[in-house]
Each structure stands twice: as C-alpha cells, then as structure tokens.
Design a protein around this ligand. Structure first.
Ligand SMILES: [Zn+2]
Length: 421
C-alpha cells in the first residue's frame, strides 16, 4: 500500500499554495483592469475565456466536465464508489464591473487545487469529488443574483432566468448560446452529497480578530422595509417649536432606533438606513414627509422576526408620542440560512488539525452555498481579505490565507468523501 494513503500520511497532506496562487493570477488576467482588479461580467466573451481556461485545467487534471442548461459547470473526479453522490465544492468566476481577483474565483480554483493535490499523491476518494462553477453569481449584468445556483435549487425557473436581459436587451439564453455554454443537463438533475465553498470573507471580522479561518455557521436573513413618516410642511420662521409636526425630527429618532435595534439583538444583528428622501427638501420649510429604507439582518429567522417586532413597537411609540403617522411597509425578505452542523464541524476539525487559528463566522452576503444548503448538507470556509474590502478592484488576500483556506477545504472534503484504502 502506498504510504500516502495511510491515515497518518493523510493528515500530513497539504495543497500546493504556489500553484493555486499562480492559477488565481492567471485567471485574473482575463478581464484584468488597470487598477489590478478584474471585470469579467457573466456570459461575456471574457466569461467564456475564463470558463474555457478553467475547464481546460480540469480536463488536464483528468476530470470530466458537464454543463447544464443554465451554464453551470461540474468538473468531476471519480471516486472508488461512483454510485455515491459527489462531494462538491465550487463558487463562481463572474465578477463585478470593478471586481477583484479572489471573489468567487478563489472558491473554484481552490477546488481544482484539491483535485490536483489528490492527483499528485495518487489518493482515491470513496465518493467522487466535483468542482462547480455557478453561472452569474454576481447579478451585475443580469438579475437575479446567484442565478445558476438559484435555478439549480429551483428557487426560480429556468425560463425566468433565460428571459433576464442586460441593459442592451440581450438575454441570458441568447448569451449562453452565443458563448457556447448551454449544456444538455437539466439544472438540479445532479446529486450532491455535501457542498463546501471557500470564499474571502468580504468583511472585516477575521482580520480584526487576526484569525485565519472563519468556520461559517450560516448566512444572515434579511428584511427590507420602506418607512414613511408624515407630518405637516410649514414655514421655518413663523411656526413655534411646540406647534410643529416635523417629520424629519421624528424620522431621525426612528433611524437611530434602527441601529439601536441591531445592538439590542447581538452579536449578529445589523441595522442600516441607507436611503432617505425628505419632502419638500427645502431649507426654510419644516419637512412634512420623510421616506427612508430600513435593512435589518440577523442569523436566524426568529431573530429577524424579533427585530421586526422591536422596530414596529418603537415606531408605534414614537407615533403616539409625536402624533405623526409612521408607516413601515415590508419590501422583501430573505430567510436566514444556517449551514449543516456536520459540515461546520468538518471545517472546524480541519482548521484545528492543521493548526490554523479559527473562529465561528457568519456571512452577511449571499453566496451560491445558500442555495446548495437547501439541497444538501453545506458549509463555507472564510479567509480574511485586506481591510474587509470586496466588490472593488483593490480587493486583496494574503497567499498564506489563500493556502490555509484551501488546506481546510481539502481536509473537510476528504473527511466527507472518505478515502479508499
Ligand atoms: Zn462571491
């Protein structure tokens, strides 16, 4: 028996960080921007070049490639028992117009590096291993975001996705055909034993704690609202303070409460007012109407519900005290998506075994893993990115963190896939 397949040797197994970094830099050349970022919008010629490169690398690593009808790609390394559902990893290779080199691309190429490493050491897994790239995760050129994984998870239909148009009126279906990435497979008609996704954190928490690995426990739920406070416009001079119905004064107290509400629901509560319209928006008129957005987030639906009740109660009290009307209307809601306990533990065990500092983390942003979690046990691995910045050309990550996240992925996937002996 090859010593590389003994349990002791398996624990010593490490990915090739230089090779992974080199692949990331090579893929980042496709659509490279002057400021060091990447602009590779979904289903453009550049996206096709990126897909062509990644699938070429996969074939060179002995993998087979399947494309489904929404252009999702599955690159497969067979296992010993191919009746078992594959252990899947992946992410996306489309970017924002002013995107970085790592968002999404890291998750796909980390998966490829896992396979290259297994090949180097002649390790056969029990279950097959697959690396997926999901179409149009970013949602920049075509809405909705996370389109390929969303169709795969039947969150919306293939027809709905096909009909989406960009600003020039080009459709997803037309562009998929044009770049040659409509495959024969029905989206979702593809088993998944478990799903892991490595990703830069896109936030500042890991860097702030000086921690290498975030063991992601789930993705925050989101509640969006429009709030309207209605008072009465009046002249700023003749109207004494006691006789005013100043909508902005009441609205600003409620805006403070949006933030306070997040603080009342720690540690993952988030409260943001990002958009404000003041009517009539005139220097010497007491504002008669203020409309503003509320964005509330938390780790579970119950906590989102509690924040919803909290802010409504505060608003009702403010309305009663001020005599002004306050209306809070829901705009949209996305459920919280907790990840699978076993997958979270597999990530944590791998980080522990490899000697990397680690901590539980939550994702405030959406990822393809959110949809995969509806279909199969899923988990995510976060690594720090510089200053927590992403969706920006200056997005950056340290090679040692890139390597560490991929090593954690390797060991989490091996634990889940099993090693043939
Ligand atoms: Zn991403």
């Amino acid at each position: 028996m090859d010593t590389a397949t003994t349990p002791l040797a398996l624990d010593q197994l490490r990915i090739n960080g230089d090779r992974l970094w080199a692949s990331l830099m090579e893929l980042a050349q496709i659509g490279a921007t002057a400021k060091g970022g990447v602009c590779r919008l979904a289903l453009t010629d550049l996206d096709r070049q990126g897909r062509d490169l990644v699938t070429r690398w996969a074939r060179e690593a002995g993998m087979t490639v399947t494309i489904d009808k929404i252009g999702n790609g599955f690159m497969r390394r067979p296992g010993r028992n191919n009746a078992l559902p594959p252990i899947v990893t992946g992410s996306h290779i489309d970017t924002q117009p002013t995107g970085g080199k790592f968002d999404g691309n890291y998750g796909v190429l980390a998966g490829l590096e896992v396979v290259r490493t297994l090949n180097d050491h002649g390790i056969e897994t029990e279950a097959p291993i697959e690396v997926a790239f999901w179409t149009n995760e970013e949602g920049s050129r075509f809405v909705p975001v996370m389109m390929g994984s969303g169709v795969f998870a039947k969150a919306f239909t293939l027809e709905h996705a096909y009909a989406a148009t960009d600003t020039e009126g080009k459709t997803v279906k037309g562009e998929l055909e044009r770049i040659g990435y409509i495959g024969p497979q029905e989206p979702g008609d593809h088993p998944i034993g478990a799903y892991f996704e490595t990703h830069i954190e896109q936030g500042p928490v890991l860097e702030d704690h000086d921690v290498t690995i975030g063991c992601v426990t789930g993705v925050l739920g989101i509640r969006w609202y429009d709030c309207t406070v209605t008072g009465m416009e009046a002249h700023a001079g003749p109207t004494p303070m006691a006789l005013r119905r100043d909508a902005l004064q009441v609205a600003s107290r409620l805006m403070q409460e949006v933030v306070a509400c997040a603080h009342r629901h720690p540690p993952h509560g988030r409260g943001t007012v990002g958009m404000v319209q003041v009517h009539p928006n005139s220097r010497n008129v007491i504002p008669g109407r203020v409309k503003f957005s509320i964005d509330l987030r938390n780790a579970t639906d119950a906590l989102c519900e509690a924040m919803d009740a909290d802010i409504r109660e505060v608003a009702a009290r403010l309305a009663a005290d001020s005599g002004l009307s306050i209306v809070i209307e829901p705009v949209s809601a996305y459920p919280a998506q907790p990840f699978d306990r076993e997958c979270i533990e597999a990530v944590t065990r791998a980080a522990q075994k490899l000697g990397y500092s680690h901590m539980p983390a939550v994702s405030g942003a959406g990822h393809d893993a959110v949809y995969m979690a509806r279909l199969a046990p899923a988990g995510m691995i976060f690594i720090p990115c510089k200053d927590g910045i992403s969706h920006n050309e200056i997005e950056d990550a340290k090679p040692e963190h890139i390597t560490a996240g991929c090593n954690v992925l390797l060991h989490a996937m091996l634990e889940r896939a099993g090693v043939a002996s």
